[in-house]
Design a binder for this molecule. Structure first.
Ligand SMILES: NC(=O)c1ccc[n+]([C@@H]2O[C@H](COP(=O)([O-])OP(=O)(O)OC[C@H]3O[C@@H](n4cnc5c(N)ncnc54)[C@H](OP(=O)(O)O)[C@@H]3O)[C@@H](O)[C@H]2O)c1
Length: 472
């Protein structure tokens, strides 16, 4: 597998949508500005909308206006040279026309037939689109072809299995990139360096020293403009099955034999295979009620535009998991996500065992010994805090909590956006940060019984920590 940037055509299906203008086009632009080898690559936007090349270029130019390098590059010339659009509308042979256009662009620019197909589409359209690409033989060319599939990959175990089967008819696993943009964040990648590059932490990373692990993804906003999709999906499918489960695997995995995609993904799969089946009492679901958010009245989820009346879709999940292996048996992993929480915050908190004896018993009214916590923060800023106790000067003996603090951007400046990292990896054929078929299947195996159990969904107040009766 090649790890260099090679000339290719980057085909975005669903190019008239939000993801393309907000994330994909800026990421590709930045990559092309940074890497000279990518200057001969081209982008073909594809969707049903009837757009000309010129109209699509206008959209992309607008999306790139505030890019840091936009002032140096002549955006119009860049778009004219690199960006094209093909409509699928206007007849039943849309994919045959697409195939002809792909070949025409490759010929015109001397491209060797290397192709990326990125499904930036509503998930329900993935199967039809993959089938159509295959039927039009777009996956076959003189060079390599790779398929990038956005989340969520399936909506339960059966649909994920069916989608994997379909994808494998046309693309083998080494050419499939199931994207989870959390894996593109520097802090998430740093989890492996942090754990396996520092003997200090790895030596205490087990049930003998760790009391509990919390993985939290909190959002302050409600469902906003995504109700149409979200009401069919809910927090378990939208957040837990992918993002939180990926974080869980990286925190809990064993050291891989090598630092490569296969070895790392095999270790992540083993974690999911070791998770004890979830029982209904391990899971708490919630839905935000009406109240106040940021000092302003906030509608209940059920009253949001686009949400069905009487919806029982969960906007909050807290679940308690156990990983039944030698390293983790008995350590609770608490996964929690919710909308309309007090603040936007993503963190992993590793709480260590308390000291085995308290030396400070005679002073216990002033010496409250708290557990050491390693807090890895992903949002709003990427870094970590290590919480510990210090003695306050003078008598009586008094302890105070303090923290060692590291923030990526303070040390290294601006960080690459997750999509920039991930698209760069797709182009180089590096699957380390992408989700393997067996990971997605094991993840759905874990959550599908809970999705099918019809658990009650409890209301919670906006700005609260979720429903009261949450498992701790
Ligand atoms: N937006 C984000 O920030 C974000 C973040 C993470 C993941 N994602 C994932 O990325 C994917 C795309 O997100 P998005 O927000 O860009 O979606 P979107 O705006 O809803 O859809 C993208 C495009 O897909 C086309 N489309 C819609 N319905 C279709 C249908 N029935 N058949 C064929 N094409 C259809 C539309 O173009 P035409 O009508 O012109 O065909 C639309 O512009 C989704 O899977 C989403 O879960 C998005």
């Amino acid at each position: 597998m090649s790890r260099s940037f090679q000339p290719h055509l980057f085909v975005i299906l669903g190019a008239s949508g939000d993801l393309t203008t907000r994330k994909l086009a800026p990421a590709l632009f930045r990559l092309m500005q940074r890497h000279d080898e990518l200057r001969c690559c081209h982008i073909l936007g594809v969707a049903r909308s009837d757009l000309s090349d010129a109209a699509f270029r206008d959209r992309i130019r607008e999306a790139l206006r505030d890019e840091p390098h936009a002032a140096d590059a002549d955006l119009s010339a860049w778009c004219d040279d690199h960006v094209f659009y093909q409509s699928l509308g206007g007849g039943s042979n849309g994919y045959e026309r697409l195939a002809r256009r792909v070949v025409a662009i490759e010929k015109a620019y001397g491209l060797p037939g290397n192709r990326v197909f990125y499904l930036a589409l509503p998930p329900k359209t993935f199967p039809g689109t993959i089938e159509a690409l295959g039927q039009a033989h777009l996956h076959k060319s003189a060079g390599w072809s790779r398929l990038v599939v956005e989340k969520p990959f399936g909506r339960d175990l059966a649909s994920a299995q069916a989608l994997n089967d379909l994808v494998h008819r046309y693309f083998d696993e080494s050419r499939i990139f199931r994207i989870d943009h959390y894996l593109g964040k520097e802090t998430v990648q740093n989890l492996l360096v942090f754990r396996f590059g520092n003997a200090l932490f790895e030596s205490v990373w087990h049930r003998g020293q760790i009391e509990r692990v919390d993985i939290q993804v909190h959002e302050a906003l409600g469902v906003e403009t995504r109700a149409g999709y979200y009401d069919q999906s809910g927090a378990l499918r939208d957040m837990v099955q992918n993002h939180l489960t990926q974080l869980l695997s990286l925190v809990a995995m064993e050291a891989p034999a090598r630092f490569d995609a296969d070895s790392i993904r095999q270790e992540k799969i083993k974690v999911l295979e070791s998770v004890v089946s979830l029982r209904p009492e391990d899971v708490l679901l919630g839905q935000y009620a009406a109240g106040e958010s940021d000092g302003r009245p906030a509608r209940a989820y059920r009253e949001e535009k686009g949400v069905s009346k009487g919806s029982v879709t969960e906007t909050f999940v807290r679940l308690r998991m156990e990983i039944a292996n030698w390293r983790w048996r008995g350590v609770p992993f608490i996964l929690e996500t919710g909308k309309r929480m007090p603040e936007k915050r993503t963190r992993i908190a590793i709480r260590f065992q308390p000291a085995p004896v308290s030396l400070f018993r005679p002073y216990e009214d002033t010496c409250d010994v708290r557990p050491n916590i390693l807090e890895i923060t992903l949002q709003p800023d990427e870094g970590f805090n290590l919480h510990f106790e210090v003695k306050q000067p003078r008598m009586p003996l008094r302890l105070a909590p303090r923290r060692l603090r590291f923030r990526y951007d303070e040390v290294f400046g601006d960080l690459p956006q997750a999509y920039e990292t991930l698209l760069g990896d797709v182009i180089q054929g590096d699957q380390t940060l992408f989700v393997h078929a067996d990971e997605v299947i094991n993840s759905w195996r874990l959550y599908t019984p809970i999705l099918e159990a019809g658990l009650p969904v409890h209301p919670y107040a906006p700005g609260s920590q979720g429903p009261h009766s949450a498992p701790q």
